[in-house]
Design a protein around this ligand. Sequence first.
Ligand code: ADP
Length: 281
Amino acid sequence: MAKQWTEQADIALRADGARVADLDTASTPGFSGDKRLGKELLAERARVLSVLQEKLFAHGRTGGKRSVLLILQGMDTAGKGGIVRHVIGSVDPQGVDHASFGVPTEAEKQHDFLWRIRNKLPAHGQIGVFDRSQYEDVLVVRVHELVAQAEWEQRYDQINAFEKEISDAGTIIVKVAMFVSLDEQKRRLRERLERPDKYWKFNPSDITERAYWPEYQKAYQAVLDRTNTEYAPWYVLPADHKWYARLAVTELLIAALARLELDWPPADFDIAEQLRRLDES
Ligand code: ADP
């Protein structure tokens, strides 16, 4: 553990007992360094992540059945896209299965809410990244009563059972809930309205949703209270500081991959013989 980390990210960010309404979104749990150090460390740790990811990929290519699934949840502007670009972007793209989940399409609506999720689970040896996920079905759906309460109430248990199944099949699940303050969100939305290179990210409904902040906090709290399991733990990530959020997710992924204790697959050929053949060729 680098000296700037006073506590490992996967311990400092554990959701156990977390209160969403009380979270200091500008804090940097477990990390005592500043932005400059954080950025320096990110570059260093990205290389570690990249090697571990390559081992996972090699494992998948040689018949291994393990995978990692990173689930990113957060309100608009929380920085999910930045995590994908800056953290996931540092590993080999062929080892990443990325999926984002928006308003369900007509085809998706013909199935139960987990169907589209199941279809995008990472293959063996892959890091799956979900930008939004099954949790939208107990977040936006709950806040806006898109289905009856009797239906969404059941989904917490359904999600737990689903995640247990994938975990038992060999996937390490890492769930990250990203939070920015209302003020920080306002600042980021304003930037989208002031910078031509950011107009494309702006969606007028993002402003509408700000009025539902307390309801979203309540819905996020229920998610943390009811789906934070040993096999699929939640991490609560204060995300006002983008550099910290990116560094912390890098550490969470490193910890998840390290748990797999993967080594390079052994040669399934006679090395001496192949060297001899190569020399003679
Ligand atoms: P983003 O806003 O992340 O760039 P999109 O505009 O494609 O991505 O879609 C995200 C929107 O889809 C969000 O407003 C989100 O709440 C909504 N959404 C995602 N899943 C569902 C769902 N199951 N039911 C209703 N709305 C959903």
